[in-house]
Design a protein around this ligand. Structure first.
Ligand code: GDP
Ligand code: MG
Length: 386
């Protein structure tokens, strides 16, 4: 038998093996070359993907902070203005006010809320104010007058914001007085709050009515807190009427008039707060300037704004014991920012900045002349005190 190894030494086969090895080598080189190219290509891709991801993360990071962080202005009243950032507060509460009682509940019926609302604020006969009185009998008269005098077909809901609680007899009397739905909304959980950082013990107010800080709480309520209540989010226009104010003669449906004119506010007559009566009133000007500069606001009503700055001792306002407001307009973010700034300055409690001059400034900044209707020009009569 022949040995296999002997056959392998034929010269032809040797050449074949070498050719085979060459092919193998060239295949290996090709393969390595391709792997190298592929790795380089992959490295480039990974590099690009990393760059894109990092950019995306950076964009996301700043976007998130743009939403949650924003400038806050510190106004020291020596006219020094600084900017800083802090968390944005939520304007619209998602928590229903804890104690609400409605005429619908009283009669055990359901009825949809109206489009607009008429709101009162009253204290209860509780003795927590210097001259405690029962506001409900007089309020009943006002509601009766509204049914008689306001041409809205008696469909607009009434909200009575109250501290303390009406007695059962007061509720019964009110719900039988008017054809409208009435909601009694207790506001004890917010009414007695102060601007953050304000210390009510160590300071005395520049103005007192009813109780040490009661008037300030009232201003704070109508300037800021009322717009944060969940119950008013369902309404478009809100008429505010104080319990010592009333409409006289026949009034048309003012809500419809505002809507028709695309207005945002029905103003009562103009009044002024005097610096010598309320020291610190005019400091609101520094805050307004700081706000305009920081937020690059173009005032919509320059003439009106000039009125805020043109008098040495007077700060103007519309006497808002009667007013009709577009709630959508007043809840816009820029106005919420202004409100936040006023809150942080503590001006309502330090200097008794009233809700009337503050509202006037907001209107001067954000509403043009055609968006403000005037009660007197519409020939609508009213009384206060009455
Ligand atoms: N719950 C409550 N309501 C108040 C208080 N002070 C004023 N109000 C209400 O806020 C509205 C305006 O008050 P008012 O004393 O007439 O203010 P003025 O006309 O600016 O002097 C009225 O409807 C009052 O019933 C208070 O301390 N507590
Ligand atoms: Mg009054």
């Amino acid at each position: 038998m022949m040995e296999t190894s002997e056959i392998g030494y034929s010269p032809n086969e040797d050449q074949g093996v070498q050719a085979f090895i060459r092919t193998l080598n060239s295949l290996r080189n090709d393969f390595l070359q391709k792997i190298k190219q592929y790795t380089e290509c992959l490295r480039e891709k990974i590099f690009l993907i990393s760059i894109s991801s990092i950019s995306l993360l950076i964009v996301l990071f700043f976007y998130t902070f743009a939403i949650y962080l924003q400038p806050i202005i510190f106004v020291d009243f020596n006219k020094h203005v600084m900017s800083k950032t802090m968390l944005k507060p939520s304007i619209v509460s998602s928590i229903q006010e804890p104690y609400i009682y409605s005429k619908n509940q009283y009669f055990n019926r359901t009825r949809k809320p109206s489009e607009n609302v008429i709101a009162f604020l009253v204290a209860s006969f509780a003795g927590d104010i210097r001259r405690a009185y029962n506001p409900y009998p007089k309020l009943g008269e006002k509601l009766f007058q509204l049914d008689e005098r306001l041409g809205d077909n008696k469909i607009t809901d009434i909200i009575i914001f109250h501290t303390g609680y009406p007695f059962r007899a007061d509720i019964t009397s009110i719900v039988h007085t008017t054809a409208r739905n009435v909601l009694f909304v207790n506001v004890d959980h917010i009414f007695y709050k102060f601007s953050p950082g304000f210390d009510p013990h160590i300071r005395d107010p520049t103005w007192t009515q009813k109780g040490k800080w009661h008037y300030h709480h009232m201003c704070y309520f109508w300037f800021k807190q009322v717009f944060e209540l969940k119950i008013i989010q369902r309404y478009r226009y809100m008429m505010r009427l104080d319990d010592d104010s009333g409409i006289e003669g026949k009034w048309p449906n003012v809500f419809e008039i505002i809507a028709k004119h695309r207005a945002v506010y029905l103003a009562n007559m103009r009044i002024v707060d005097f610096e010598y009566v309320l020291p610190g009133t005019k400091l609101v000007r520094n805050l307004t300037i700081a706000f305009i500069k920081t937020y690059k606001i173009t005032p919509q009503n320059p003439d009106m704004l000039a009125e805020v700055f043109n008098h040495t001792i007077e700060t103007p306002g519309y006497w808002n014991n009667l007013e009709v407001m577009d709630l959508l307009f007043l809840r816009q973010p820029r106005i919420a920012e202004f409100t936040r700034l006023v809150d942080e300055s503590m001006g309502v409690y330090l200097y008794r900045w009233g809700d009337a001059p503050l509202r006037f400034i907001i209107l001067a900044l954000f509403a043009n002349a055609t968006q403000i209707l005037h009660r007197e020009k519409l020939g609508l009569a009213y009384c206060h005190p009455c």
